[in-house]
Design a protein around this ligand. Structure first.
Ligand code: SF4
Length: 700
């Protein structure tokens, strides 16, 4: 009998990135515990993290062998890896030969390990010669990325969780961390317990559990956040609560910003965003008095057709008050996925290059091409998530390879994505779970290894890179995603994919960061295994990582000054009216993760909220004859959803909420929230809007 063992890892769900100790008994049974020594969670785990061992143990839905269909009307049949890769490479070669490199695309995930992300980008951008590689991080963080780039000069979160312990005023915008980032929220609650004068302001159209400890809930109208933050900015200026010295010495753009926020009266702004003037003033007063002001935000701001503007307006509050680069202060975007940031470090999107190099810079493209040993990297930007599926629908993209994500549930206007996959010549789905809704449209299904079945690294919301151990063998013939990509690259005849272990991939990525703002060139697996994790940039083994950026008030912009930006034109929202009078917003619930392929397997987690529901205000319910628990049909221009009504005054009248997790359940096409969302995207970040769709609700 084997001996008991213990391994360190990181939770594979949200961007908080909690440290986990995996204990394996003599019979191989797994138990997980929070790592008491890990700086992020200090031994705590939320409901999702503490049930990870059930997901590891339950193999009932796992894909075990490669499967292939010989023609569109043929069934999927088991094949060997060699045959699967032979077919994939033959089809990709033939399509690229006939239609050019941009006729193929990869759509991957913020749940991939950094090494896998690096490989798939090198494969696409370096060897397949297409930048058509995007990821579900586009649905998650791309507006924050552009917000940081435009204001601070680079995609970088300047703060750390440690800053929570130094802050005395929190503005939590478009996020429900009590449910979606629970361990981080616990730290904020503790700060409030320790220092009861600490102010917590929550901005959300819904009164979520995060409001329970809030001193002020600003129940903003969906899509008007920019207006609200401009109103707060205006009050700060009028109160004389800006840091004039910081603004003068370290920023540009204050005058234009000031002009913009003064254009509309406070009363008018209040009316537009639905937040009373006195509450706006109260928030501004607390921010103005604060010694450490942290703004925290998530999908409520990012998943919007005005996502970048909303980010700029929020970050401006930190800049005009000089609340950045010092303990307890700064803008802090909360990553939804466990490795959305790691993916960006290796250029894991259609508009990025590895090591934060720029795709639109010839010099950067040449540098990366030389590093990878290829003649060039195409200058054409790749198609972003929604464009990619539109490209398939339009017949421009013939083959798509989907890795570790479930777009038929998670993408907006999911019925259109389904149509696109029906039309595609060749669809590869690489996943751990047979519950991936794209599998019925796949020509090739590849079984991947899951959490604990492979090693690698991830980066959490605070730039913390952690090493994840392998502690169990993948079932059947499932392989780590990196190994699958290498098999494919080798079949394609590409050199440069002969890594013996993932440490070599990490080293190649790390060396590429040398001299950049995300420099980890002195970091290796050995150090990560010993220390558990480190925050980039990593200075040296002696000095370690970096807790806080911009402590010298020098920013990564060309002139070293932060940019206070008033934002571009506001994107026109979908019109509500007689047919569709309600605004639909979507989001997460506490115990489920994404499309439930993992958390949906855990009975304990399903008990919290077992069924999809529509949150609706009593006034809106009453006028439609809807009572709590009734089955309702929610209709929009693009489709409909049928769920139970949850009548509550915790949501604004005129706004309804659906959780994002449920897809087609029990062959019921009508549980999929994304039947209703549309393809409106932010013009700069290309992030889709999941927070504003016009709908109607009625008794079913
Ligand atoms: Fe996992 Fe996030 Fe929960 Fe931590 S807070 S245990 S990372 S899901």
């Amino acid at each position: 009998m084997a001996k008991a063992e213990s391994y360190k890892s990181t939770c594979s769900y949200c961007g908080v990135g909690c440290g986990i100790i995996v204990k394996k008994d003599k019979k191989g049974k797994i138990k997980v515990e929070g790592d008491p020594d890990y700086p992020v969670n200090r031994g705590m785990l939320c409901s999702k993290g503490m049930n990870l061992h059930y997901v590891v143990a339950d193999k009932s839905d796992r894909l075990l062998y490669p499967k292939m269909r010989w023609g569109k009307n043929h069934p999927l049949e088991r094949v060997g890896w060699d045959m699967a890769m032979e077919r994939a490479s033959a089809v990709f070669k033939s399509i690229i030969h006939k239609y050019g490199p941009d006729s193929v695309a990869f759509y991957v995930s913020g749940q991939c390990l950094t090494e896998e992300y690096y490989l798939v980008n090198k494969l696409c951008k370096g060897y397949l010669k297409t930048n058509n590689i995007d990821t579900n991080s586009r649905l998650c963080m791309s507006s924050a990325v552009m917000g940081y780039i435009q204001t601070l000069g680079e995609d970088c979160v300047p703060v750390s969780y440690e800053d929570i312990d130094h802050a005395d005023c929190f503005l939590v915008a478009g996020a429900n961390p009590a449910w979606c980032h629970p361990i981080l929220w616990r730290r904020i609650e503790k700060q409030k317990e320790r220092y009861p004068d600490t102010k917590i302001i929550v901005v959300d159209p819904r009164e979520t559990d995060s409001c329970a400890v809030a001193d002020l809930h600003l129940q903003v109208l969906p899509g008007t956040d920019e207006m609200l933050y401009h109103a707060i900015g205006r009050c700060l200026i009028e109160q004389g609560d800006i840091d004039s010295e910081f603004v003068r010495n370290h920023t540009d753009g204050f005058e234009a910003y000031s002009e913009k926020v003064m254009q509309v009266s406070l009363e008018e702004m209040s009316e537009q965003c639905g937040v009373p003037v006195e509450d706006i003033k109260k928030a501004a007063g607390w921010i103005g008095e604060s010694g450490g002001f942290l703004t925290l935000w998530a999908m409520g701001l990012n998943q919007s057709a005005s996502g970048v503007n909303q980010n700029l307006a929020l970050i401006a509050l930190n800049l005009i008050t000089g609340q950045i680069g010092k303990p307890g202060a700064g803008p802090f975007s909360l990553t939804g996925q466990p490795n959305a940031m790691g993916g960006r470090e290796v250029g894991g999107m259609a508009t990025l290059l590895a090591a934060h190099r720029k795709l639109n810079s010839e010099e950067d493209r040449k540098e990366i091409a030389a590093y990878w040993g290829v003649d060039e990297i195409a200058s054409r930007p790749g198609k972003t998530a929604t464009q990619l599926f539109e490209g398939i629908e339009a017949g421009e993209i013939k083959a798509v390879w989907i890795i570790c994500t479930n777009p038929l549930v998670s993408m907006p206007e999911a019925t259109k994505v389904e149509e696109a996959l029906k039309k595609a010549r060749f669809v590869v789905v690489q996943d751990i779970s047979s519950a991936n809704a794209a599998i019925p449209y796949a020509d090739l299904v590849l079984p991947a290894a899951g959490w604990g079945e492979k090693e690698g690294t991830m980066t959490n919301s605070e730039r913390r890179i952690s090493y994840l151990n392998q502690f169990i063998q993948a079932p059947g013939e499932a392989l780590p995603d990196g190994e699958i990509l290498m098999k494919f690259a080798n079949k394609m005849g590409f050199p440069g994919f002969d890594y013996r272990e993932s440490a070599e991939i990490f080293q190649e990525h790390a060396q590429l960061t040398k001299g950049s703002h995300i420099d980890i060139s002195r970091l290796d697996y050995g150090y990560l295994k010993e220390k558990g994790s480190v925050q980039w940039p990593f200075l040296s083994k002696e000095e370690g990582g970096t807790v806080r950026l911009f402590t010298d008030n020098t920013f990564y912009t060309p002139n070293g000054r932060a940019q206070i930006l008033a934002g571009g034109p506001t994107h026109e929202k979908e019109k509500t009216g007689e047919d569709y009078p309600l605004i639909l917003t979507t989001g997460r619930i506490r115990d489920q993760w994404h499309t439930m392929t993992r958390t949906g397997k855990v009975n304990k987690l399903n008990k919290h909220i077992p069924d999809p529901f529509l949150e609706i205000h009593p006034l809106d319910a009453r006028s439609r004859g809807i009572e709590d628990g009734d089955t309702v049909v929610v209709k929009g221009k693009r489709g409909e959803v049928r769920v139970h009504a949850k009548v509550t005054d915790k949501i604004r009248s005129g706004v309804v909420f659906l959780p994002m997790h449920w897809g087609k359940i029990l062959n019921n096409d009508f549980a999929r929230t994304n039947n209703l969302t549309g393809n409106a995207i932010d013009p700069v970040s290309k992030q889709p809007d999941f927070k504003y769709s016009a709908v109607q609700a009625a008794l079913y």
